[in-house]
Structure formats: C-alpha cells, structure tokens
Ligand binder design. Structure first.
Ligand code: SF4
Length: 304
C-alpha cells in the first residue's frame, strides 16, 4: 500500500518548535508499506523553527500577527502535486494542524481552542478527491487493511455489518435484509455514538469498509451488567478466515482497556466457528443456554 504521511509523524523535526510528533503506529506501518513523507509548511518555504500559526477568519496568521497564508497555501499546492504524482492509496495527517488537520484545527485565537474544520493542505487534498485520515483515527495498518475508527457519517454501515453478524447455520436460508429493523436488533445501532461505550473500529480494504467491530452497553444477548460493553463484529463473507476479525477484536479490547473498562462481553451461537477466535483473544465462557454461550473477556485483574 502506498501511504503519504505528515513528516513530523515519522519523527522528522519539522514541527514549528523544531520538534516532531513521532507516532509508533506510523513507524510500524513504514516497515510494511511504501511511505512518502510531506511537511507542507516546510515545502511552502517556512523555516524550522518558526512562529506558530493558526487559521483566523480563513487566513493563516502567525502568532506575531504576520500573515502566513501565501506560504501555507504554496505548501498545500506542493503537497497536492506530490499526491497527484505519487497516487497514494491513503494519506494520514497530523491532527489539529493549520496545514495537516483533517477534522479539527485551532480557532485562530492562540488559546488552545479547537474548532471543526481542516487545515489548508488537508482541505486541498480532500477537495481533489484524496482520502485523508486523521492520525488519531488510525488503529493499525497491515497487508493492505486499514483499521480505523468509524466516522460519524458512516454509522449506517452498522446495519450492513449487523446483518453480516447474524449466524446462519449450514443448510439454512439467510433471513431477509430488513431483519435488522426488528426492535431487538435496532439496539445495536440506534443513536450509535451517543453512549460513552459506543465505539466502532472499521476494517477497510481498497477504500471500502469490509468489516467492523463495535461495542456499546446495551441490553442485548451478551449483556452481563450495566458497566460492561457488549461486542458485535462481522466481516463481509469474502474477507473471513484471514485474521482480520482477530485484529479488530484485539484492537477494540486495547481501546476498551485504555478507557478503563474492567471487562467486555458477547453472546455467540454454540455452532459458530468464531467461538475459537473469541477464546484466542481472551474471552471465556461464563454462561450458556440451549443455543448460545455468553463469553466475557477480563481487561483488568478482576474475575470474569
Ligand atoms: S505542517 Fe504538517 S507535517 Fe509539517 S510539522 Fe506541521 S503537522 Fe507536521
């Protein structure tokens, strides 16, 4: 995979203060992918170190009041030229920068206040059809698969992956797609993003989401208590059995652990081949009924 990244993420000392934003995930992906680095501010002719700038009323302005718009936009244009020439599959950029920020940037008051909106380079790249990912949304990249946070505008995909998560025993006809509209299934996606335990990681291949794992505290089949997020996971059929589900599960368990959750739970049909994968990533069977196991993964020292 060819990836263009903000140079400061690779450890290059191109940041305004002469430092960098070295990122271990970026260093790992450099070992496995074809990586091109860009620093738009340096490419626009600015020195390092330099006075920090923010975008104020659409104009890039340095903290000392100097207008730096021309240099920033010249750097953005050079990055666009590089992207057109190199054709990266993905561009990963440093968060919040007036050049590289994808989703947010500082608001021009130099008070550390963030506002929605991209930096000038990210904006130009996106306007020209390049896919830009905020480095904060990157979980991992391996063998052409990007694991990243699902974006708020993509939550409709949860219905697709909920349908794919329905276990269909061999010899049984698949249910109609609108089964996901049933009330007992809507709780997996209705209002997703509103709860503190609502997290979704998407696996993406060739720019298409091919799998998802998501959690929320909900009264589903895997519910064990009101502090424990339940899991849902699925992949499109052609991507199963390649280890992608395991990576998604591990990444989500790490994310929940970082957030301080003590355990996570799920329910799985006893005949589902995924039982073995859940055990491999740390889930244990804690309860069962005729058809399903309830499985719990301990994230801290507490007992399942
Ligand atoms: S312009 Fe982008 S690459 Fe350069 S230091 Fe700022 S965030 Fe990093």
């Amino acid at each position: 995979m060819k990836i263009m990244v903000s140079a400061c993420l690779t450890g290059e000392n191109c940041k305004y203060n002469g430092g960098n934003n070295r990122n271990e995930k970026i260093l790992r992906l450099m070992a496995e992918n074809d990586v091109i680095t860009v620093c738009p501010e340096q490419m626009g002719g600015l020195p390092t170190p330099r006075v920090p700038s923010e975008i104020r009323d659409g104009v890039v302005t340095a903290r000392d009041g100097r207008i730096a718009d021309n240099e920033f936009r010249a750097g953005a244009a050079k990055c666009l030229e590089t992207a057109i020439r190199e054709k990266p599959d993905l561009i990963i950029l440093q968060s919040r920068s007036p050049s590289c920020g994808v989703k947010q940037r500082y608001d021009g008051t130099f008070t550390g206040t963030l506002t929605a909106g991209a930096g000038v380079t990210a904006q130009l790249l996106m306007e020209n059809g390049f896919r830009c990912l905020d480095v904060q949304d990157l979980a991992e990249i391996y063998e052409g698969i990007v694991i990243r946070e699902l974006q708020p505008e993509e939550t409709d995909l949860l219905k697709v992956f909920l349908y794919e998560a329905i276990f269909i025993p061999e010899g049984t006809a698949p249910p109609a797609r609108d089964i996901v509209e049933r009330p007992e299934l809507r709780l997996y996606y209705d209002g997703f993003g509103s709860g503190t335990a609502d997290h979704c990681l998407a696996a993406e291949a060739d720019g298409r989401v091919i799998g998802a794992v998501w959690t929320r505290i909900m009264n589903d089949y895997g519910h064990v208590d009101d502090e424990t997020p339940s899991f849902a996971i699925s992949l499109l059929p052609e991507y199963r059995g390649q280890g992608i589900g395991t990576r998604l599960m591990r990444d989500m368990l790490s994310l929940l652990k970082e957030q301080g959750y003590g355990k996570a739970s799920l329910a799985v049909q006893k005949a589902n081949y995924a039982v073995g994968m859940y055990k491999n990533v740390g889930f244990e069977i804690t309860d069962e009924n005729d058809q399903e196991y309830i499985m719990v993964c301990r994230l801290s020292g507490e007992q399942a």
